[in-house]
Design a protein around this ligand. Structure first.
Ligand code: ADE
Ligand code: ZN
Length: 326
């Protein structure tokens, strides 16, 4: 775990955070109590600590935590509490990656899930001015059939708040190409597309994600650094990387911040943003992520403000809403 770090006083934006992964153990306990369900075995390692070992075990723990989020009101609370905490750190805009598969697994209908998410966004905006949008996520290891069903569901959702589409899960075990149809459905419906790649697999996985219909950003993408021609292509095509240095260090993608390729990617002209991924699992909020980037990569406040600008330019929200933020 990293030491506490000051949060720089610059406007911030976040394009890559998993909604179910924002809920701290304290909130998960509260929801479990309210729903009269037990805390699943293997979920927690202490008062405020999720238990997990490696990446695949993290994914299982994540599914356990999500299984306690049960009602529209629960989803409202998770969204509201995350966005309000972000606003206190001068975060202006957040894209929340939400997974209909996890809501479906606890018996919520798509409409109930969506109603909770939208209510959280509306109430957080009313309380703080922060703007939030939803990216619907498929999960590689839940398979192609589930992915295509979720893509069709996302395509039919009102695009006012559901603005994008992402794919998370086990990158090394499930190749991106299998999900071409799911991305085609989302892209054809006008959703902005991004995809987890270049985190737990290398450049070939990044190329496969870039070949999916509509993909203009990458969640992580950092392991593109292993192939200079690919780095040049990302810079040339202005593919935006949603970089999560603390997540990468926590999951062992890199041994330390000093080994992280964010500075090299920036130097090569690849557009980058900063994000927290799953903050209570990996130990840094989005505000702290900005502070850690300052401490470890020497980014001054102007450089951090530039990263926020990159994020707002790459955000999937519509132009009037974007203009209202800046
Ligand atoms: N789901 C939640 N966090 C994830 C990550 N860092 N990579 C892939 N899938 C995820
Ligand atoms: Zn992620």
């Amino acid at each position: 775990q990293h030491p506490a770090v000051p949060v720089p006083a610059v406007p911030k934006a976040e394009l890559h955070v998993h909604l179910e992964g924002t809920a701290r153990p304290e909130l998960i306990r509260r929801l479990a109590r309210r729903n009269g369900v037990a805390i699943p075995d293997g979920l927690l390692a202490g008062e405020d600590t999720f238990r997990w070992t490696d990446f695949l075990d993290f994914l299982r723990t994540y599914d356990l935590a999500a299984s306690v989020i049960r009602t529209a009101e629960d989803y409202r609370d998770v969204v509201y509490e995350y966005l309000v905490a972000c606003a206190a750190d001068d975060v202006r805009y957040v894209e929340l990656i939400a997974s209909p598969d996890h809501a479906r697994a606890v018996g919520l209908t798509e409409a109930e899930h969506r109603a909770g998410l939208f209510q959280g966004i509306d109430e957080a905006r009313a309380a703080t001015g922060i703007e939030g949008r939803i990216l619907v996520s498929i999960v590689r290891n839940f398979g192609v059939e589930a992915a295509e069903r979720v893509a069709a569901e996302a395509a039919a959702m009102p695009h006012e708040y559901v603005v994008g589409f992402n794919m998370a899960g086990d990158e090394a075990g499930y190749p991106a190409g299998d999900f071409t149809r799911a991305f085609a459905i989302a892209h054809d419906a006008g959703l902005g597309c991004t995809c987890h790649a270049g985190e737990h697999a290398g450049p070939e996985s990044v190329r496969a994600a870039l070949a999916l219909p509509g993909v203009v950003r990458l969640s992580h993408g950092v392991r593109a650094i292993e192939d200079p021609a690919l780095v040049a292509e990302l810079a040339e095509r202005k593919i935006v990387l949603e970089v999560c240095p603390t997540s990468n260090v926590a999951l062992g993608v890199y041994p330390s911040y000093a080994d992280h390729p964010l500075p090299a990617l920036m130097a090569a002209g690849v557009p980058v943003t900063l994000a927290s991924d799953d903050p209570p699992y990996f130990g840094a909020t989005i505000g702290e992520e900005y502070g850690l980037a300052q401490a470890h990569f020497g980014l001054d406040d102007a450089a951090l403000a530039g990263i926020t600008r990159t994020a707002l330019d790459a955000a999937f929200l519509d132009t009037p809403a974007r203009d209202a933020l800046v």
